[in-house]
Structures are given as C-alpha cells and as structure tokens.
Design a protein around this ligand. Structure first.
Ligand code: RTP
Ligand code: MG
Length: 159
C-alpha cells in the first residue's frame, strides 16, 4: 500500500531558460518530476520581461551576479510548476542539488544541476527554499491559484 503522506506540501519549481531551450532536457526534467511522486498541480509556459525578473529576485539586488541573473531569467521561455507531495520543498531542492554547478558535479553528481547545469547562473531549475518563499513564489507565478483552497479540497484524498 502507498505510504500515507505526513504533510502534503506545495512548492514552486521552475525550469529556467537554459533548460527549456533544449527539448531533450525539458523532457528529462519533466520525467524527473513525475518519477519522484510529485503531483503537478499547475503548470505554465511563460517568459519574463526584465522587470518581472528584477522583481522576483529583488532579494539578490546588489549581489555581484544580480545583473546576469536578471538578464538570463528574462532571456527566453521558462516552465513553471506548482508541485505537491510530502515534504515537497526539501525533496525538490534535494533533486536539484547545490546552486553552483561545479560543486554539484563534485559533491552530488546525480542531481539535476550536476547533470544539466551549465554555469552557476544557468543552472537549469529553481525551487522555493521555505514555506514562506513557496507561498510568495506560487502567488508570483500563479496569481489566480489559491493554495489554501487547493490543499483544503485535495489533501483529504491523499490521506
Ligand atoms: P534558486 O533560488 O534559483 O532555487 O537557487 P538557490 O536558492 O540555490 O540559489 P540563490 O542563492 O537563491 O541564487 C538564485 C539564483 O541566482 C543565480 N546565481 N548565480 N555565482 C553566480 O553566478 C550565481 N549565484 C547564484 C542562480 O541561477 C541561482 O539559482
Ligand atoms: Mg534561492
């Protein structure tokens, strides 16, 4: 019998422009999501204007990589997902691996960023890092989606 989830949690996962640009990578990442017991709650293909990118990454303004990050994230199409599973935030970040691609290759070669990442900026995926950022980021990408309502309605069927 399937294990009962302790807490069904939502996270925001984004496939960044470097990975969306390569259909084989995009497909591989989609399969990794489905193969790791995530429920795809919402999914959307979109592209950011520069100002969306600046707003999303405002917490990093002033860091040395901010300009290239902002430029990169508004350089082409992306795919965003709201994903649900037990411990979704931690699981997705574990699958992604360390931010820095060369560290990822060295310490955790099976992770997404180790396998597909190009540079510390062009590192294929994003994942929320806490419950608070998941809430903010889900709202940022899916303003019409109500997480509380979804959980209230759907969580019982996962128990
Ligand atoms: P993310 O927010 O994208 O899931 O990644 P993260 O928490 O692992 O990394 P964070 O420190 O929040 O950085 C956000 C994104 O900025 C880019 N970055 N570039 N040295 C660099 O060039 C550098 N450092 C970070 C990456 O795209 C990182 O995911
Ligand atoms: Mg982060």
């Amino acid at each position: 019998a399937p294990r009962l989830p302790k807490v069904l949690q939502l996270t925001l996962a984004v496939i960044k422009p470097d990975a969306v640009a390569h259909p084989v990578m995009l497909e591989a990442l989609h399969k990794i999501i489905l193969g790791n017991n995530f429920v795809v709650v919402k999914r959307k293909d979109l592209a950011w204007r520069r100002q969306d990118s600046e707003r999303f990454y405002a917490e990093h303004s002033g860091r040395f990589f901010y300009q290239r990050l902002v430029e990169f994230m508004s350089s082409g199409p992306m795919r965003a997902y709201v994903l649900a599973r037990e411990d979704a935030i931690r699981h997705w970040r574990e699958l992604m691996g360390p931010t820095k691609v060369f560290r990822a290759r060295y310490t955790s070669p099976a992770t997404i960023r180790a396998r597909f990442g190009l540079t510390d900026t062009r590192n294929t995926t994003h994942g929320s890092d806490s419950v608070e950022s998941a809430q903010r980021e889900i709202r940022f990408f899916f303003p019409d989606f109500c997480a509380e309502e979804w959980l209230e309605k759907e969580e019982p069927s996962f128990r």
